[in-house]
Write a protein that binds this ligand. Structure first.
Ligand code: GL2
Length: 839
């Protein structure tokens, strides 16, 4: 920057602001400069984009705090029923741009920053993502927070303040494999949280539990280790409202700094040991998606967080001075998957042991308070904790679980006398060495309602996961809430050009359609308007160029924005079948290779993008990344084909990268084995941004097709009921790949031949397809390739394609998270909108 003038921007503005000659200056400018000087203690002469970001963030935060305070005061005064969303993951992404949008302050800050010499867009990208989640489940929680504030619902989120979020993904330059680096997201201070050092609770682990032995079921739990939970509040502004909700994240701290006795005795290590073990609880997010590892620290996280959250709710409830019997009339608690299931047991403990509520009444309160969402039918994600571990870590809770189980099984026995197998299936305890606790069963029996996250999935939850419980409780306890996404972040923020075009076309203020996404249907009457089509296509083109520039900057490779952009971004998992996609890419490559130059010229140009992280211990998923990266290296260098096909693996997928990728996609892939993807939410985001979808008949793909019409999506592959019989066939009557799909066999042989890396490194991955083929790639490959051919054909007719794109966006109303959160509010929690009114 050597020769640039300092300060940047308008010197007089800076000087006036700093000297306090304020009269003419906009409030926002004054506030930014004030934060530069005081909060950051920096001079304008060396202020960089990061400093400008920090000052702008602190200034915006001042606005949020005012609204947050008024909202919380309002909720306290009005004392409505509240809902709490318990989630171990909140994948928030960046906050500044979202806060500016929701506060309606974007133009003001843009102007002020510009006068001070900074471009808003450069400032925004300085912010690190808050990435306290793995994937869809965590991002869903973030969308729900946005919608609950927007809908003015009295809802708080509760989670953990991990010191390290999801790991950063790097790609090894030599072999193309994934490397993991820590994500120290709190390195620079985090302006979006308010430490509440006065809001703390003591959380106990270990020790012993002694029953009173008076038949009351009560006990005293004492001894062990006590850890302090400290609250950090994250402000969640609503869109177009002053309501600002709260996300409370807990940090663990040693109860006393360290053990003075050991310290004085000279045993320094021992002295800090307990303090280290306390801090460890919230040190890192577990990077596994859909798998459980049964580690003690994870159970500690789960209990620490649920116990602190319940203690906090209880304190708030007690301030209302209502009888404890009315707890469920004032509190609804949503369990985001089984991770917070210990909250059910903890509330029982509080009610029975501390509040001296009789057992049956306590259980009634509990089962009217909790609601449980299941997010996956994959068996490897079903949490089970070993009984010996639970007994050691939480002895009192183990007793309670046994008692709950005994009474529950008695009631099952009453309804189905003598059906021992049923009892064994429904029991909270799975027999084995050791015995284990089935957290999903506990979540079901402790909750008032259970839901899945898309129609098909909710059906599978009833039929495959909990059929006994459906028989026992009846259908009405089990229902569906199809997931949703916030159109604020996933359209307005990530695709401002499209948002602008929609606003002018609908001739409605964007505040209106962004809060009532069904209004997008108004676009339908413009589908045949050639001018509109052109503008629609121009927006897509602009977003593709934006992505191309990014790729060029990060990977050093040029992307042709004329090519069709085909995107698959999600966690790497066998069931999501990135393998199918990359094998399809290789098929396209070898087909191109076999063509004459003249034939190639007729092929639709395509750029394929992948992004996503693999769990660090998931060997096959990591091998898939390695294959993608190395195929890309070969394809992108091949002079015969590189004008027609390019391939990119974009490292370190994140919310912010999604905001760049999604608006740029022409087609996106959602190709899970039928019946395995509970819902998917990125499918909704792509379609909202006018991308078309190629996918299996799975999860929310089905409902998207219902909305937009089947002729606007590209479906392929076997249906859910086919999958089990196919797997059976693979196991007992296997048919060689060569017979089933010669095309696929050829692709597998191409990989084996070593052109993407020799030494048979990919054989273990290829063998998952050749042998067993649990995710039925061999059965779906041919229809997949056909579907991609249909995509090519459709894309060749540009006008038709643009119409499909418009029709798709126009029909995404159902997938707003505002609809989903209203469904929860009305059908589950029974809470009402509580609008902040200024007094
Ligand atoms: C998931 C499902 O796999 C995904 O299909 C769904 O959209 C989200 C949100 O409901 O939940 N379940 C899960 O464990 N993760 C998901 O993304 N991580």
């Amino acid at each position: 920057r050597g020769k640039e003038k300092w300060p940047r921007g308008d010197e007089k503005t800076w000087k006036d602001a700093m000297r306090g000659v304020h009269s003419e200056l906009p409030e926002v400018t004054k506030s930014i400069v004030n934060h530069v000087q005081t909060s950051l203690a920096r001079a304008p002469y060396n202020l960089d984009d990061l400093g400008a970001y920090q000052a702008a963030a602190l200034s915006v935060r001042d606005n949020l705090i005012v609204n947050w305070n008024s909202t919380q005061l309002h909720y306290t005064r009005k004392a409505p029923k509240r809902a709490y969303y318990l989630s171990l993951e909140f994948l928030m992404g960046r906050t500044l741009s979202n806060a500016l949008l929701n506060l309606g302050l974007q133009p003001t800050y843009s102007t002020s920053l510009s006068n001070l010499g900074f471009a808003l867009e450069d400032v925004l990208v300085q912010e690190r993502d808050a990435a306290l989640g793995n994937g869809g489940l965590g991002r869903l929680a973030a969308c729900y927070l946005d919608s609950s504030a927007t809908q003015e619902l009295p809802l708080w989120g509760y989670g953990l303040r991990y010191k390290y979020g999801i790991f950063q993904q790097l790609i090894n330059e030599h072999d193309g494999s994934q490397l993991e680096a820590p994500d120290p997201w709190l390195e620079h201070q985090n302006p979006w949280e308010l430490p509440r050092l006065d809001v703390t609770y003591e959380i106990r682990f270990y020790g012993s539990a002694d029953r009173w032995g008076d038949g009351s079921g009560r006990a005293v739990w004492s001894g062990g280790q006590e850890v302090l939970a400290v609250a950090y509040d994250v402000m969640i502004p609503g869109y177009g409202t002053k309501n600002t909700n709260n996300l409370r994240l807990w940090e663990s701290k040693p109860k006393r700094g360290f053990d003075l006795q050991s310290f004085n005795a000279g045993d320094y290590e021992r002295a800090v040991e307990t303090s280290n073990s306390a801090a460890a609880i919230t040190s890192v997010l577990y990077p596994n998606d859909h798998t459980v590892f049964g580690k003690e620290l994870r159970l500690k996280q789960q209990y620490f967080w649920t116990a602190a959250s319940l203690a906090d709710m209880m304190r708030r409830f007690k301030n209302l001075e209502k009888p404890i019997s009315e707890f469920a009339e004032y509190n609804a608690i949503q369990l985001n998957d089984t991770h917070p299931t210990m909250a059910i047991v903890e509330l029982m403990r509080i009610l029975v042991d501390e509040e001296e509520v009789p057992w049956d009444q306590a259980w009634t309160i509990v089962t009217n308070t909790f609601f449980f969402t299941n997010h996956t039918v994959l068996p490897e994600a079903l949490e089970k904790w070993p009984v010996p571990l639970m007994t050691h870590l939480l002895p009192r809770h183990m007793q309670l679980i046994f008692d709950i189980n005994m009474l529950f099984l008695q009631s099952v026995e009453k309804q189905f006398p003598g059906d021992r197998e049923r009892l064994a299936r429904m029991s909270l305890i799975e027999e084995g060495f050791p015995q284990s606790i089935r957290m999903a069963n506990l979540a079901v029996i402790g909750s008032k309602k259970v839901n899945g996250v898309a129609e098909l999935h909710s059906d599978l939850v009833k039929r495959n996961l909990f059929p006994d419980f459906v028989e026992f409780y009846g259908q009405s306890k089990f229902a569906n809430v199809t997931n949703g996404i916030t159109p604020r972040r996933w359209l307005d923020q990530c695709n401002p050009a499209l948002s602008e075009l929609i606003t002018t076309t609908l001739n409605l203020p964007r505040e209106v359609w962004l809060k009532d996404l069904f209004k997008l249907e108004g676009l339908l009457k413009h589908v045949d308007d050639a001018k509109f089509q052109q503008r629609w296509a121009a927006v897509k083109r602009q977003n593709k160029e934006r992505l191309s520039n990014f790729v060029e900057k990060t990977l050093g490779i040029t992307v042709d924005a004329d090519a069709m952009f085909d995107v698959q971004v999600k966690r790497l998992h066998e069931y999501k079948r990135q393998t199918l996609n990359i094998l399809g890419v290789i098929h396209r490559y070898t087909t191109l290779k076999s063509m004459t130059p003249a034939e190639r010229k007729k092929v639709v140009k395509k750029a394929v993008f992948f992004a996503g992280k693999a769990a660090p211990g998931y060997y096959i998923a990591k091998l898939t990344i390695r294959l993608i990266v190395n195929v890309a290296r070969v394809i992108n260098e091949d002079p015969d084909t590189k004008d027609y096909l390019t391939l990119f693996f974009l490292p370190d997928y994140s919310v912010s990268l999604a905001e760049l990728l999604i608006p740029a996609s022409d087609i996106s892939q959602h190709i899970s084995t039928a019946g395995t993807e509970a819902s998917g939410t990125s499918n909704m985001k792509f379609c909202l941004n006018g991308g078309l979808l190629v996918g299996t008949v799975d999860g929310a793909n089905i409902e998207i097709a219902e909305e937009v019409g089947e002729d606007n999506v590209f479906f392929f592959g076997h249906l859910t009921p086919d999958v089990e019989p196919l797997r059976y066939q693979h196991t007992y009557h296997p048919i060689p790949v060569e017979e089933k799909s010669p095309a696929l066999a050829a692709v597998l042989n191409t990989v084996s031949s070593g052109i993407f890396g020799a030494d048979g490194i990919y054989e273990p991955l290829l063998n998952t397809v050749r042998q067993g083929d649990f995710y039925i790639l061999t059965d779906d490959f041919d229809s997949y390739i056909k579907a991609l051919e249909m995509v090519d054909e459709a894309y060749a007719d540009r006008t038709e394609w643009i119409k499909k794109s418009i029709r798709t966006s126009a029909k995404m109303g159902k997938f707003s998270s505002d609809r989903a959160i209203q469904d929860y509010a009305q059908e589950y929690w029974n809470i009402e909108s509580t609008k902040l009114v200024e007094e």
